[in-house]
Structures are given as C-alpha cells and as structure tokens.
Write a protein that binds this ligand. Structure first.
Ligand code: GLC
Length: 717
C-alpha cells in the first residue's frame, strides 16, 4: 500500500467509515475477544451500534496473539474496505517481563539498559499482537504527592529528554524495517505532571516561559527521535483542557514542531470537555477536539455520533476529518497492516520470547542498576550471617508497580526468595500489613529478629497507593510500619530498611532509625533477585536519585534546579528573618537530585577547564579526576551542571548538562572529560526564542547535585 493507494482508499470511504476510524474501544466491544460480552449497556450509554463497531479504527488494551488474531479476523470479515484494526496497549515498563517502574529506571542514568528494556517490552508485546504502546510517559515530575511520578523518569529536563529518546528507540526503532517493534506514543501532552496540590487530573497553570523551559522539552525529544504518536493530557493548560486546546496542539505541536503523526485523546478526555465546562454537549466536544487536532477519541463516541452532523451543518469541513483519517491510515501502512493485519502476532514466538531467561536477566540487571543506596553505616553488604527479614514487603509480590497489568505475581521473584539464594536459613515474618497491624504479628517479627545477627525491614506503600489517581497528601510510610522499624531497632542490632514505593516519600524517621536504607522503588519481576544481589554485595549499587526526596511534604514541590529568588537564604549578606525560608523546615531536600551511595568511596580531584572563555566555535573542555578510594570496584555517575549567572530571565542555580557513568577498580583513578558547547547554554528568552547570551557562567562537577566543585568561565560572542 503506497501513499497514492491510501488516498484512493480514503476517497472510497463513506462518512460513517471515516468517523469510525477515529474511535478506539476496549476489547469487550469486539467479536472474537475473550471478554466480548454483555456490552449492550455501555453501547447504549455511548449511543453506538454494531455498525459503529464494524467501522471502529482501533482497539484498546488487547493482548495475546491468539486473541488479537481472532479479533482482527472477525473484524475484517465484516469490514467493507478491509481496513485492519490497530491494537494499542499500555506497555510502560515491560509487558510480561516487568522492568522497574520508570522512576526507578530514571535513577539508573543508564540509557543503554533503558533502551534495552523498551526493546524487550516491544518484542514481547509485538509477538502478542500489540501494534502501539502508550509510552514513554515523559511528564516532568516535581511533586511526589502526584501518584504518576512513578511513571516518569523524574525532575530533570535533560535527563528526562535523554531517557525519552532511549525509550522511543527501544520501542520503535525503525518501525518499517525492524522486527518486533511497536509504535510509541509520548504522553501526556502537556504538563500533566504539574497539577495543583499534586492531585491527579487537577488544574495546571503556568507561564509559557516555564512550559517551554521545563515541561515541553522531553515531549519534543521523543518526537525528534521519531515517536509516531502523542497522547493528550487530562488537565487544562492555561484555562483550556489540553484535549480541546488548539493553541497547544494544532499551533504548537503540529505547526511549530511539524508533528504530523497520530494524536490520540486520553481515556474519555474528549467527553471530559463537558465536565471541564468548555463544551455544553458531546457535539460541541467533538467539534472542539477535532479542531484542536485530536485524531483518535479513546473510549467515548462524540466523534462517531456527531462529526457527520457537524460536517452537514458546515461547522467543520470534511477535509479536517480526512486529515485525521489519513494520519491513522498512514500509521496502519507504516505498521504494514494492509499487507499483514496480524503483523508479528505469533503464538509459538510468544512461548519462546516471553519471560525468557534473557529477558529476566535484563530485568534483573536494570533493577540492580535502579536501586539506590541512601544510607549505609557499615552494615551493607550483608554476609552469610543469621538474617531476619521482616515487614509487609518481605514476601510480597506487589513489587511490579502500576502499569504492570500483563505481568503476573506468580512470575515475580520476591525479596525473601532472592535472599534465600544467599542465606537458606533466612528468618521471615511480616510484622504488620501496609496500614494495619497487631501486637501478635509485631511480636512474631520481634521474636524472629531476636534470633538474627542483622535484620532487614521491608517497608513501603502498596502499588495502588501510587500510579494513576494515586495522589497522597501525606507522603510518609504508614505509621504501623515505622513502629515496626522502631521496635526492631530497639533490639540494638544492625537494621537495614528496604523501601518499595512509587514516589519520593518523607523518610526522615526511616533514615533516623535504620543503619542502612535501600530505595528499591517497584523493582519488577526480578526485584527479589536484584535486591539480594545488592544487599549481599554481588552488585555494588550505582544508582542516583532522579527526583529529590523532600524533608517534608510541606516543602513540595522541591527540586534541585530551582531559582535563586531576590532574598536567597544562603546569601552572604542574608538577613536572619526576611529571606526565602520556612520557619519550621530547611529549604533543601532531605536527599537531593543525583544523590546515591556505593559500597565504594570516590574522591574528586580539582576541576580543570581548558580556558576561561569560550565561543560558539570554541567549546570548553572540563576535566576532573575521580579516584576509587575503597577496596571495592564500583561505578560512579559523574555529573556536570552549569549555571548562567546573568540571564534575560531568571536562570536555575544549577542545570544538569551532561553525565558519565564510569567503572573504577579499587584504588583506580580516571580522568573524566566533558565538553561544553554554546548550544548547551541556550535557554528560552522573554521573546520565547531559544538562544544563549554572552556572559559569565559557572560549571559544577560532582557525584550529586550538591557535593560539587566549580569554576567560572565566560561565553563570548
Ligand atoms: C489512562 C492513562 C493513560 C493510558 C490510558 C489508556 O487513563 O491516563 O496514560 O495510556 O488511560 O489506558
């Protein structure tokens, strides 16, 4: 099928067939689906009939080669023009082999492993019949009250953009020539990660400067990497819901950025223009969303019920509809569906690829690179000693995290299973549940702990306390768990806390009462193996936080690349009171962006720069020596930050511009070199131009965003 044939196909389509292509429904609506059942209710609610379903363009949430081939086959039997269905699903951090949640992957700073995780997810999904994955999610996340921070790679524009590219490469590769790839869909456009109060779906309101400086770059990076689709966000942006926001989508995304791929609404977001209060009825919602540029309406029927009427009334042109239909047909063409509607769906390969030992090994490796060592008072690594493992996550399979619907608990390696590979006589006890407990269960745990030399306490939040609609106003670990930790600590033995959570939590008490603290996030299918490898020292932790841990929820949002204000608290001439500060808390996060410990220790030599000035033709070389001052080989993520001392708008105190993960044998020293170019010094000006200014800068290098060495230099025209 070539472009000319696509246009001919479009010309043969009736109005109903065209509007049908714009509708995406879940599997129960389709014949051949295993859950195809009594949907007369939903169909009536949506005002649709069998004919609408025969014209539908895509399916949400299907999986399984046999199932998807069945649905496709039955659908094509009734399709007048033989236009195949698109199958789209949420494969965010793995399909059946679940990788750590993206926020954990963000702490790996490892683009190769991130790309590989997406590649494996795509392969398992493709042989299961899936064509498109609703990923990567690249919403900048600075507010841990928001449940979906687990789905992002964190608070930094540059790091998020770098991961966005890696995920698109992994999922999509070269869609038309590579095997086992799926189209990727960057989401949620735009700035869904900045809801007021951290409350999901809530109001987002920010200046165009902040939007372009911090929130848009990662979406743009995904599209520059070739991402085929964009998904709209639920939130309003500057007064208009994203899904009906013409300025955001038709003007910025399509005209300014030149995106001509498929734009899909989030679930029900077209119809949500009604509760948002910008559309009086579904017909108005259909008009606004199509004019804004939305091609596919997910799970509601405003388009299929009203677009024909709107065209007849002259409120929208058929050309506008044709544009949307052509983009959808073009995606189907790119996926080769006209030639082979089943694409890579293959029951045999499903059995061969899914949860293969190679995939499990990749999940185990990435998980071990995503686990962050936050504290270690010479307690870790554990030896083959008498160990007790207590806490509600000791034997829990709830370590896959949100968006792991295709993953199975029975395939998951729990923490106790992983640890028993090292110490067969591991003592275990839950001690309490996530939010409740009893004196009895507490005592059982204490009794086990009394028999041990060291105790590991596995704490955290249930995965349904995180993720979509999982906002929390109190981001502490439930009290019953902290009480368990304190009780165990009273025994006077070394205590290691392992945390399972989908967001930075307020962990002051955990940091106070545990001798070592390990942030596991939701580590995925191989979580137990990866954690045991870290706890027993087979793998030396190297991960660094990609999102700050607040001292308290009252600080939120707290992030490293903030602005100085006119009354910085730490200015040399700062007043005692009238400065930007809290009366009852520090300004700084408890644990900063870029922070993470190792079993090794590293010393940084004096920072050197190749010259005091640079131009756009003469970049600057920054070098520093890093020494492993311990007896253990390890990896260190050396980070480079820059500050623009004077701008036409305020400039962050630090901005991550580059990083290198290096391996150092015990006692080894390595020189690390970075290049700073003029492009890296550009920023959004008041006139929204992205450019640099001549002037003075400061460069910082270190193992996190706080402990750094710095030098100044000047950019000259
Ligand atoms: C959800 C999510 C979105 C997901 C979609 C389909 O509401 O917001 O990320 O891709 O629905 O499941």
């Amino acid at each position: 099928m070539n472009d000319h044939q696509l246009k001919e196909l479009l010309n043969e389509m009736t109005l109903e067939e065209k509007t049908g292509q714009l509708m995406q429904l879940a599997t129960p609506f389709f014949k051949g689906a295993s859950d195809s059942g009594q949907i007369t209710g939903p169909m009536q609610d949506m005002g649709i009939n069998d004919k609408d379903i025969i014209n539908a363009g895509s399916v949400l949430g299907a999986s399984g080669a046999k199932e998807i081939k069945n649905i496709q086959k039955k659908y094509l039997e009734s399709s007048r023009l033989n236009i195949p269905l698109l199958f789209m699903s949420d494969i965010v951090h793995g399909f059946k082999t679940i990788f750590p949640v993206p926020l954990a992957i963000g702490c790996s700073w490892d683009m190769e492993l991130a790309e590989k995780s997406a590649e494996i997810a795509a392969k398992e999904a493709a042989v299961s019949g899936v064509h498109v994955s609703f990923a990567p999610m690249v919403d900048l996340s600075r507010d841990p009250r928001w449940g979906r921070v687990m789905e992002s790679t964190g608070e930094d524009v540059f790091l998020n953009s770098t991961f966005a590219r890696a995920f698109v490469r992994g999922f999509q590769g070269n869609l038309e020539s590579d095997k086992y790839k799926v189209a990727s869909c960057v989401k949620h456009f735009a700035a869904y990660g900045a809801p007021e109060g951290g409350r999901d779906y809530n109001t987002v309101d920010m200046s165009e400067w902040m939007l372009r400086e911090s929130y848009l770059p990662a979406y743009k990076a995904a599209l520059d990497e070739g991402c085929e689709m964009v998904m709209t966000a639920f939130n309003i942006l500057n007064g208009i819901p994203s899904t009906g926001n013409k300025a955001l989508m038709r003007d910025l995304l399509r005209k300014e950025w030149g995106f001509d791929g498929v734009l899909i609404s989030d679930w029900g977001a077209v119809k949500e223009l009604l509760p948002h209060g910008v559309a009086a009825n579904e017909k108005e919602a259909a008009e606004q969303a199509l004019k804004a540029g939305v091609d596919i309406e997910m799970m509601t029927s405003c388009y299929v019920n009203h677009l024909s009427e709107l065209i007849e009334e002259g409120k929208i042109t058929e050309d506008l509809l044709d544009e949307a239909v052509l983009r959808i047909l073009t995606l189907k063409k790119k996926l080769g569906l006209f030639e082979n509607p089943h694409r890579f769906a293959n029951e045999e390969e499903e059995k061969e690829f899914i949860l293969s030992s190679e995939h499990r090994a990749a999940a185990r490796e990435l998980a071990s690179k995503s686990i962050v060592l936050l504290k270690n008072e010479k307690v870790l690594p554990l030896k083959k000693e008498k160990i007790a493992l207590v806490g509600p996550f000791s034997m829990s399979t709830d370590i896959l995290g949100p968006w792991s619907w295709a993953g199975a608990p029975e395939d998951t390696i729990t923490l106790d299973q992983g640890m028993k590979n090292y110490v067969a006589d591991l003592l275990t006890a839950d001690g309490c549940d996530i939010e409740t407990g009893s004196e009895k269960t507490l005592q059982e745990a204490v009794e086990k702990a009394k028999q041990a030399d060291k105790i590991v306490v596995a704490l955290g939040e249930r995965s349904d306390m995180s993720g979509e609609a999982g906002s929390r106003a109190d981001i502490r670990i439930p009290e019953v768990q902290v009480d368990l930790l304190k009780k165990i600590k009273e025994l006077g033995k070394p205590v290691v806390a392992v945390l399972f959570n989908g967001r930075p939590l307020d962990i002051k008490e955990v940091m106070e009462h545990a001798d070592a603290v390990v942030e596991a996030w939701y580590p995925g299918t191989e979580g137990g193996h990866a954690l045991a490898d870290i706890l027993f020292g087979k793998v030396n932790p190297s991960a660094k936080l990609s999102m700050s841990f607040p001292y308290s929820v009252g600080q939120v949002p707290v992030y490293y690349n903030h602005y100085n204000t006119g009354r910085p608290k730490d200015a040399p001439d700062a007043q005692v009171r009238y400065v930007s500060q809290y009366l009852d808390a520090p300004n700084e996060a408890l644990l900063p962006f870029g922070y993470g410990l190792s079993y090794s220790t590293f010393a940084y030599s004096t920072l050197e720069i190749s010259a005091e000035t640079m131009t756009k033709d003469e970049p600057l070389i920054i070098s520093i020596e890093v020494k492993n001052t311990s007896g253990t080989a390890g990896e260190e993520i050396v980070q480079l930050y820059v500050r623009d001392l004077i701008g036409q708008v305020v400039r962050p105190l630090k901005e991550l511009k580059d990083f290198q993960k290096i391996h150092l044998e015990a006692g080894e020293t390595q020189q690390v070199n970075f290049t700073i170019t003029e492009e890296q010094l550009r920023y959004i000006h008041p006139d929204m131009e992205y450019k640099s200014d001549a002037g003075e800068f400061e460069v910082f290098v270190g193992g996190n965003s706080q402990d750094v060495q710095s030098k100044r230099f000047t950019l000259i025209d």
